[in-house]
Design a protein around this ligand. Structure first.
Ligand code: HEC
Length: 739
């Protein structure tokens, strides 16, 4: 109970994710779109029926489409999310007059499928929010235009949807505003710009929804939000970060914790709110920056943009943690000038069953065709996406209507084709030039991200399935780039998290041979060395890490923690207090200091530190420890009621964990509330009925409450589970003697 957790939580895993155009979100709110207007997707049979009835009397008998009955509902469902005043489309289609004026163009762009923008091929992945028009819808538009755009009955026309220009979900819990407005020139090339928005609060929140108000919606083409866990990007640009930094893609550091940011935080102008599914909010904490990675289109006049991000907090941390996996062949991109069918492929074999929630393929202007499919262990082929004509301006994250189950052993395959000829209208070079991978828009990329959720919960004594996915993913990256630092580091932390400590140590040593000044890898090597039991060597390694990177709190924290572990509480107290200078808001440091004070029997100051740590970190595993530590400190000063209320909080935080129930039972019994103690201990045993100590404790409370028969049964049960349990044996004979 009394061990602080930095190293422990650090073993849990990986860090430093290289996320290129990165975290994106997929669940969208159709704003104000009448649901009744959503039409069934086409099926292949419907298509054949329509073509075979072309020109027949049955076809001619179809009633003529009218605005009130057919066209208004269709446009409101598929077009006006962009085509409304202030929206992303160049004109409004909200009124009959608007639609009538644009009717010939509407006919043309819908028949050619230029509008609504939707890249995936039907039948190759079933996506939520598909904008694709069915053949029946195309036919309705055709018949409406052919008949001279009839109105129908004015009174029957549905009311147009409304598109609020302010926060759609109401006032956010927190609004972040870009520090300085950015001036976009009236003309010229598209601009790719990254705005940095530091998270200003001192406690961690979990975000269930976000909304972006771009200030000039029509010029922000799309945006990705990245979470820079260590604010490294801002530190790299000390002088100019407030105006934002140019660039199409960037890599951010996921920090030193295995908390993969498994979310697509992807925003498009017609889907202003990005809402996470229930149970899957994402974490945002002190020291994190959000980076708004935008694609801006000059509008013809000069514009000042100052975006705001609205964040909505979830009440509790996530219960399900999705993860992003990436297929990637940037290393193979070297596209000769003029080649129209340059192809790259990548694949990965899944080590566990997963549900695929969403997919995000990404290339730049030369990308043409994108395919991704899975071959299941039984040989069945499951298509995940097929885009025939990629268009970077229409890129999107696609989420599946129903998660796609891929079982362990499935091979996921991607194939991208590039057109570097002058037949490609998007080719930025005329004449074409040789193109390689890179972050500028005239470079290329071959990325495909999958958002997956392990299909089965973690089994007892087995590693978190996400660690196995991480290990597989990093090994797959290393096959392509054997010396990639990020992949090596993440592989090392994944292996450490799986308990494969010596393999992990080998990886960190390999990194350190190439980068002897990498304090983070020294610290990681220290934690695996410590977990292999060699804390003396670990201590030397931490010292080295701390000397290399004195401003990094982790290694110094681990040193202080080792003092505590070696029963040197006053040394530990001094070290933790020194650490507070560099990281006063680190709840682990407050917890460590509290534990050092506990060990020195300074109970009241210890309580203060635990309480501070709890305000900084009110949920999650550390909070559970903190409630327990605080309860312990209260018991020492006789504040049993306060201890009980802390343990009740602990029980609430971890309902499936028997330990807090048992602790609560102990303190309740100490406070003379035997009946409640018995109930709590029974709750603990319902969660784990093989716990001999638990049966023994239950029997003790029962004996004290006078129920000798129940007590006898309890001691006997404890002894059945563990015949060598001396306490239960002694208690049982004592009970029999007293009879
Ligand atoms: C995701 C946003 C979006 C949706 C949804 C959308 N449009 Fe558009 N539309 C645009 C944009 C942006 C343009 C400007 C051309 C471009 O950038 O692609 C445009 C252009 C047009 C044009 C002018 C084309 C031209 O030749 O210049 C027409 C007509 C049109 N849209 C009709 C529709 C219709 C009809 C629908 C629904 C069936 C629709 N749009 C759905 C964004 C959208």
């Amino acid at each position: 109970m009394l061990s602080p957790s930095k190293a422990a939580s650090f073993y849990a895993g990986a860090a430093l994710f290289a996320i290129a155009a990165s975290s994106f979100v997929q669940y969208r709110l159709p704003v104000g779109v009448p649901i009744a207007a959503a039409k069934e997707d086409p099926t292949r049979s419907a298509e054949t029926v329509l073509t075979s009835t072309q020109g027949t009397p049955a076809h001619q008998a179809l009633p003529v489409a009218t605005w009130d009955h057919d066209i208004a509902p269709l446009l409101y469902a598929k077009c006006t999310s962009c085509h409304h005043p202030g929206g992303a489309g160049p004109f409004s289609l909200l009124s009959y007059e608007d639609a009538r004026r644009w009717a010939p163009q509407i006919l043309k762009v819908t028949q050619s499928r230029f509008m609504p923008p939707w890249l995936p091929e039907p039948g190759y992945g079933d996506f939520a929010g598909s904008r694709r028009l069915s053949d029946k819808e195309l036919e309705l538009i055709k018949s409406w235009v052919a008949a001279g755009t009839p109105m129908g009955n004015t009174e029957d026309a549905p009311a147009p949807p409304s598109y609020p220009s302010q926060w759609t979900l109401g006032q956010p819990d927190l609004v972040l505003t870009v520090e300085e407005p950015y001036r976009l020139a009236p003309g010229g090339e598209d601009v790719f710009h990254n705005f940095i928005l530091p998270y200003p609060l001192r406690i961690t929140h979990y975000i269930r929804a976000l909304e972006i108000l771009p200030s000039v919606p029509s010029i922000v083409h799309h945006a990705n939000i990245l979470i820079d866990r260590t604010a490294e990007f801002r530190r790299q640009h000390p002088l100019d970060w407030k105006q934002g930094i140019a660039g199409m893609e960037l890599t951010v550091d996921a920090g030193d914790s295995f908390d993969p940011d498994g979310h697509f935080l992807f925003w498009k102008p017609d889907t202003p709110v990005v809402i996470e599914p229930a149970g899957m909010p994402w974490r945002l904490g002190p020291g994190n920056d959000l980076i708004l990675n935008t694609h801006l289109k000059p509008s013809g006049k000069s514009e000042n943009i100052q975006a705001e991000i609205g964040l909505y907090f979830a009440d509790s941390p996530p219960t399900q943690m999705p993860m992003l996996l990436e297929l990637d062949r940037d290393d193979a991109l070297d596209i000769p000038a003029g080649r129209s069918n340059f192809t790259v492929e990548d694949e990965m074999t899944l080590p566990v069953d997963v549900q695929v929630l969403g997919i995000y393929p990404h290339a730049h202007y030369l990308g043409k065709e994108m395919q991704c499919w899975a071959i299941l262990p039984d040989g069945k082929k499951e298509w995940l996406i097929w885009i025939r004509n990629w268009d970077i301006d229409r890129q999107s994250v696609y989420s599946y209507k129903r998660p796609v189950l891929l079982t362990k052993g499935t091979v996921v395959h991607m194939r991208f084709t590039y057109d570097n000829s002058n037949m490609n209208p998007h080719n930025p070079h005329d004449p074409p030039v040789r193109v390689k991978a890179g972050n500028r828009s005239e470079d290329e990329m071959a990325h495909l991200w999958l958002q997956v959720l392990p299909a089965n919960p973690q089994k007892e004594h087995q590693p978190d399935p996400r660690l196995l996915l991480e290990e597989m993913w990093m090994r797959s990256r290393l096959r392509k780039m054997p010396n990639d630092y990020i992949s090596l580091y993440n592989l090392g932390t994944a292996l450490a998290g799986e308990g494969k400590t010596s393999a992990a140590a080998d990886i960190f040593r390999k990194i350190l041979r190439a980068k002897p000044d990498d304090g983070r890898s020294w610290n990681a090597l220290g934690t695996v060395t410590e977990s292999m039991g060699d804390w003396k060597q670990a201590q030397e390694i931490y010292k080295k890490a701390a000397a290399i990177e004195p401003e990094n709190c982790d290694a110094r924290f681990n040193l202080a923690r080792l003092d505590l572990r070696q029963d040197l509480p006053s040394e530990a107290e001094t070290s933790f207090r020194a650490l507070l200078g560099s990281c006063p808001d680190d709840p682990d440091v407050r917890n460590g200091l509290g534990l050092a004070l506990l060990a020195r029997e300074q109970y009241a100051p210890a309580q203060t530190e635990f309480l501070r740590a709890l305000t900084l970190n009110p949920s999650g595993a550390l909070a559970l420890d903190l409630h327990e530590h605080l309860a312990f400190a209260y018991v020492q000063t006789g504040r049993l009621d306060d201890a009980i209320s802390q343990l009740r909080e602990a029980v609430n935080l971890a309902r499936a964990d028997p330990a807090p129930h048992s602790l609560l039972a102990q303190v309740l019994a100490q406070a003379g509330q035997l009946h409640e103690a018995i109930e709590e201990e029974k709750s603990a045993l319902r969660l784990n009925n093989k716990d001999a100590e638990g049966w023994n404790s239950l029997a003790v409370y029962e004996a004290r409450s006078g129920d000798k028969e129940a007590a006898r049964q309890g001691f006997e049960q404890a002894l059945r589970i563990d015949p060598n349990n001396l306490r239960a044996r002694a208690n049982l004979s004592h009970l029999i003697e007293k009879r």
